[in-house]
Design a binder for this molecule. Structure first.
Ligand code: ADP
Length: 255
């Protein structure tokens, strides 16, 4: 229930349930190229969220009638594993997963140079292994890395992070309890170089001023996440060049 007075989300020191400041991101780790069979892949831990993204393509469109003459068709499936939340979730696609698959695809499409691959498809799979709010954003961040890992030409990477409001205060990067008990959630995806917002949704309500604050917080966070994405990509090629698999070093790409 939103805005539940029985639950204290900010303590007397101004810290949140998990000890973060109002404008602090959760710890983030990213790893690129972790699946052998997919053309591109990435894994992200964003707070307690654990998400895998895999990309196939560009490959010949199948069934053929979905092919477009002037560009590749981008398809996306966002799926939450039955064990990703406290109560076992049905493995069948829910309305929420269908909506998220659509908005995630739309947030990535402006970055993909699909015009280079007419009559082809690019398939993006996002598997949420563990969920703790902000999975659409972490999924976008990971999928963008998986697309780059697949060698798909991109205008730039897409980074995403939510902001919101709890107990009357605008905060960055809501955890599950903050999402459930708070007053607003504003997921944002950003193409940081061109400054294009490719996803913005709002659940709950914010005043004009709060909306501006939340948007500033989330776009600043997207820029930080973008730097982490660049490091994660560089690390993969650094490791390939060295011929070493230094897991310790991979784990260092974090906030
Ligand atoms: P996002 O994960 O992008 O924030 P929502 O706002 O829809 O998307 O969901 C917030 C959180 O609620 C999820 O990350 C997850 O922790 C939890 N959640 C979503 N769907 C379910 C479900 N079917 N069962 C239990 N928890 C869920």
């Amino acid at each position: 229930m939103r805005n539940d007075p029985a639950v204290k989300l900010i303590d007397s020191k101004g810290l949140r349930v998990d000890g973060r400041r109002l404008d602090e991101l959760r710890p983030i780790k990213m790893e690129v190229g972790i699946l052998d069979k997919a053309n591109g892949s990435a894994y992200i831990e964003h707070g307690k969220n654990k998400i895998l993204a895999a990309v196939y393509g560009p490959r010949e469109a199948h069934p053929k009638h979905i092919a477009l003459a002037d560009r590749a068709v981008v398809r996306c499936r966002y799926h939450m594993a039955p064990f990703s939340v406290d109560e076992r979730k049905s493995p069948a696609p829910s309305r929420r997963e269908l909506e998220l698959s659509k908005v995630i695809r739309e947030s990535l499409e402006p970055a993909i140079m699909s015009e280079y691959f007419p009559r082809a498809t690019i398939d993006i799979f996002i598997e949420v292994l563990q969920a703790d709010a902000g999975t659409r954003c972490a999924g976008i961040t990971a999928a963008s890395l998986a697309l780059a890992d697949a060698g798909i030409p991109m205008r730039e990477l897409v980074a995403a992070c939510a902001a919101g409001k709890i107990e009357g205060k605008v905060i960055l990067d809501l955890s599950d309890i903050e999402d459930k008990k708070g007053e607003a959630d504003l997921p944002v995806a950003l193409l940081p170089k061109s400054n294009v917002i490719s996803l913005i949704q709002m659940d709950g309500s914010l005043s004009d001023e709060e909306f501006r604050q939340a948007l500033d917080l989330s776009t600043d966070a997207c820029r930080k996440i973008y730097e982490m994405q660049r490091e994660a990509l560089k690390l993969k090629y650094h490791i390939v060049r060295d011929g070493t698999e230094d897991k310790e070093e991979m784990a260092e790409v974090k906030a």
